[in-house]
Design a binder for this molecule. Sequence first.
Ligand code: NDP
Ligand code: HSE
Length: 430
Amino acid sequence: MDSIKDFSLGIIGLGTVGTATIKLLEEQLVNITKKSGKNIIIKAISARDISKPRGININKYDWEESPIKLTEREDIDAIVELIGGSDGLAKELAYSAIENNKYFITANKALIAKHGYDLNFRISNKTVQIYYEAAVAGAIPVINGIKDGLVANNILEIYGILNGTCNYILSDMTNNGKTFEESLAKAQELGFAEADPSFDIEGIDSAQKLVILGLLAFGIEPDLNKVYVEGITSISAEDIKYTNRLGYKIKLLCIAKLVENKLDFRVHPVLCTSESITAGIGGALNAIFIKGDYSKEITFIGEGAGAEPTASSVVSDIINAARSSKSVNNINLLNSNYEYINIMSRKGKYYLRFIVKDVSGVLASITSILNEHSISLDSVIQDGNKGEDTQFIIILTHLCDELDIINAIKKIDNLETIINKSYLIRVENI
Ligand code: NDP
Ligand code: HSE
């Protein structure tokens, strides 16, 4: 009988994801050997600080001071990059790994969102592959789902809740009455947030994941700068309260559609009805709804962030890399220069929040401007602000044009009775 071949790893980055990846590889070694048909060996590891306590025994492995050297070592088959960042060391590792015919496995969405199209080109004449299941939606096998399970389909649209931190914050504010700051601190403590959490709360992490799904689904070279991105930092406790009262929940939603040869790619908070599946996606869960022409709608739901769920995807990628000599690259990379649809052409319903002086006629002055812009109203809440001489006016509109809403809000914000800049959330039927 042939002896089992080795498949040796160089792991760079030993933080939340890196240490959980090593723990999983150590705990499941026997099963992983059976499933991969190879002896998976952690040959060498690297991070910034060798002396940092990490809850794993790093002395069992070679410590490499210079991560890039791992990509050149003859005794390493795959580089596992768990550092983060779109450029710098992570990018160098990716290009050098491919150049040196090493498999490249990463959880880094920033890197794949920016360089994924080019990296996919680079491997087309190589015997190695790149794997990045953990880069989108933690434990959910959505990358494999699109590349393999749905490969027979033309993907028509993708909707997703792709950021565990934002979903955790919105759920915690809604269900436990916590403030934005308290919920963010807890998400950081639980290991969900990025090293710089502004990437999460400003919607950038979601947009990076969205363009990776766009690359896989539509074969396009994604341009993050053309995606409309709005995070959750303007959502207040009052928005949570009033949207609940109106029968909605707020979610940070990612949308990717190809509409008449134009890309409708956006990330922004939306209201979805409290009974919808989307509204029920709580905590750090992620959800992805994919519509294929033959498959119809497929729903993926699962843990979107955190040490163990992410390690699950990283180790699955390691096993798949060990199994494969070379599977075909299922992404049909296209050269088309698609235009992106401007958010201003959106038509839909809107939640509007105004903070105003508590004086007579204030509601009438707002509704008359909305009326001038052909915006009709579904519901109105006028509520005092405890201990203040101000009021909240909450309006849910009927179907209207985004351009009309933006122009109306600009005018309303100039009213002398308006205290804070007005805020809108789009209502989506999902
Ligand atoms: P951490 O900040 O916990 O860990 C980062 C690791 O990278 C640390 O071990 C750090 O070293 C090491 N590192 C950073 N810069 C360098 C460098 N220049 N040279 C060598 N090592 C370096 O991050 P996470 O584990 O949370 O995230 C890692 C990747 O996984 C990121 O791309 C992230 O987006 C992605 N990801 C994270 C998820 C999560 O839930 N946390 C989920 C899905 C993906 P040291 O420890 O010595 O400082
Ligand atoms: N910071 C990311 C999130 C980690 O909260 O979703 C998972 O990609």
